[in-house]
Ligand binder design. Sequence first.
Ligand code: HEC
Length: 224
Amino acid sequence: MANKNVSVWSSISFWRRSAAWVTGFAAILLVWLTFDSVGQISMGTDADLQKAVAEKKETRRVPAPTVINYKIGYAMDAKRGHEVPTIGEKELFFGKEWSEKDAAALLHLGKLTSQAKNCMDCHTLLGNGAYYAPDLTKAWLDPNWEKFMYFGQKTKEEGIAYFLQHPAKSGVHTRKMPNLGITAEEAKGLVAFLKHMSSIDTNGFPRNFSKTVNQFKTGGSNAH
Ligand code: HEC
């Protein structure tokens, strides 16, 4: 029996209808957001990358594996209010320029090795993992590599590969990384993986990693 004086807030059918509308709207929003995110995080191609470098425009958020053939920087973007990766001129990586196929294979090896050796047990990669050891998302850009003169190796990539194979000997922090029995080939793959990861636009994540702050002095994210 309907009572005209009953307030709408106590009407069951009002709440039922509202619930149906809110659920429907949220479902559509989630589907849209999912497609948007997948678009944002899917890897670009070598053609995208070359075009972006030639036109000095922003690349895809996740550049192609061939980004290992370029210098990666980290620069303040005043409009966005944080630092973003920059892709500069070409540089050799382990003494050569990598084809699209070889770069993808090397990156794949690095990713598999990072999973097999469980780097995330101690480190964080793109927001996943632990904080026992430094965040690896931007580890390629860590000024400590230069500071420690690549542990006597000629280039940064060789220095990091050396570190990964002799971590206790060459560590820069008080907490030491164990020797995980990483082979030379796996180390190469891991360095490609780290370099590629540093080129991903992560909206300034991790927040406490900065190229403009001396990490070593201030004990920032990369100096636990
Ligand atoms: C058992 C814990 C542990 C595991 C597993 C581990 N690490 Fe580490 N790692 C550390 C610690 C501790 C440090 C800091 C040591 C230092 O700098 O002397 C470190 C430092 C590093 C650094 C130097 C970071 C920087 O910016 O200074 C890199 C690169 C690195 N690890 C890569 C890796 C990779 C790649 C893996 C997987 C293959 C891995 N680690 C697995 C503990 C670990």
